[in-house]
Design a protein around this ligand. Structure first.
Ligand code: GLN
Length: 352
């Protein structure tokens, strides 16, 4: 265990060094590797624009409506942001409109609990396996009495939120909101209409939390955990915030613009691994097959994806497919990453 964690940290640090070398080399000599040479300012801007133009008019999918307020969000919002690990920000489309972060928040609460309780706490309490079921599956809980799941499906996520340390609701909540804000590099706030709408209709999540309590995974009040979880899902983010949050994960846990370290670099490979296996729910396999990217979606229409040591990328577009993943965001991120050599499995000697 000790050996492999060290090994992965070194591997991660190595990838980072290669990537930052290629970025700073942009204005000097061309980068040596055929993969990294794709990551130039000109290429990034061109690929962002290409994907935006290609998918702008796509009308597939529909806004989530099981949370009534999500159905009222403008379906036309479409923005894409890529942030390199040296903090350069590339944007196209609508980068100002805020949507609720929804399940993308689960990654950052997972990171918080990992930092507070250690790398083994979450695997022990909820597991790190893909369920193959929808994100709010009760069947997945019953299969293994709340084990063999992960922090990115609702049962695991509500349990993860219940594990954030704090003496009061407010202390826990302020810690979570502050942590998300540090990833984004600005003070985030809750979209109250979304929060109220979900809080009034989240009986299924309340049931999930009670079940996780009954199986001994949630220790405190399951309804408090559900409510803080609902609030964390209602945090408003624009595409730029999500791009910055993704880039912080790509940059070994340090915000590339503010320089604030938020995750121990040694913990990043495990966090990215859970994103890779479960970030797009029951479609996580298809996504990984296509892109190789650890990613996370939310029913608000956002998706973040991470090319470790290279860049974070995010897109927002509210209409979702049947698995609950934004149609346009998936397509745009997949195209851009492929064109820029973002797939971590494409490392030499396999490089295309
Ligand atoms: N708040 C939402 C829920 O619990 C989050 C789901 C999602 O984004 N997939 O249902």
């Amino acid at each position: 265990m000790q050996y492999s964690r060290k090994f992965f940290s070194l591997f991660f640090a190595g990838m980072l060094a290669v990537a930052s070398a290629s970025c700073s080399a942009e204005n000097e000599a061309p980068a040596a590797s055929p993969v990294d040479s794709k990551l130039t300012e000109k290429n990034i801007n061109a690929e962002l624009k290409k994907a935006y133009d290609k998918y702008k008019g796509l009308k597939e999918g529909a806004n989530a409506d099981y949370i009534p307020a999500l159905d009222k969000v403008d379906s036309n919002i479409f923005g894409i942001v890529l942030v390199t690990v040296d903090g350069k920000v590339y944007t196209v489309g609508d980068i100002e409109s805020e949507v609720s972060i929804q399940s993308i928040s689960k990654v950052f609460t997972m990171a918080k609990v990992t930092e507070e309780k250690g790398i083994d706490a979450l695997p022990k309490n909820v597991g790190v396996d893909a369920t193959g079921q929808v994100f709010n599956s009760i069947y997945a809980i019953e299969q293994n009495q709340g084990h063999e799941m992960n922090p990115l499906v609702n049962a695991g996520a509500i349990t993860t939120t219940s594990m954030v340390q704090g003496k009061s609701y407010n202390e826990i909540w302020n810690k979570i909101l502050g942590y998300y804000s540090d990833f984004a590099g600005r003070d985030l706030t809750v979209l109250e209409d979304i929060y109220k709408s979900e809080a009034a209709t989240n009986q299924r999540n309340q049931a999930i939390a009670h079940l996780m309590y009954a199986y001994g995974h949630i220790e405190g009040d399951p309804l408090q955990a559900t409510d803080i979880y609902t609030r964390q899902c209602s945090v408003g983010v624009n595409t730029k915030d999500l791009g910055m949050m993704a880039a912080t994960l790509a940059n070994a846990g340090t915000n590339p613009v503010t320089g604030k370290s938020l995750v121990n670099p040694e913990d990043m490979p495990e966090i990215l691994a859970v994103m890779a296996t479960a970030g797009l729910y029951d479609d996580a396999g298809k996504w990984l097959y296509k892109t190789g990217l650890p990613a996370k979606s939310g029913v608000g229409g956002g998706i973040i994806a991470v090319s470790p040591g290279k860049f974070g990328i995010a897109a927002i577009s509210p209409p979702l497919d049947a698995a609950g993943n934004s149609v346009r965001a998936q397509k745009a991120i997949a195209d851009i990453s492929a064109a820029l050599g973002g797939n971590p499995y494409e490392a030499a000697p396999y490089g295309k």
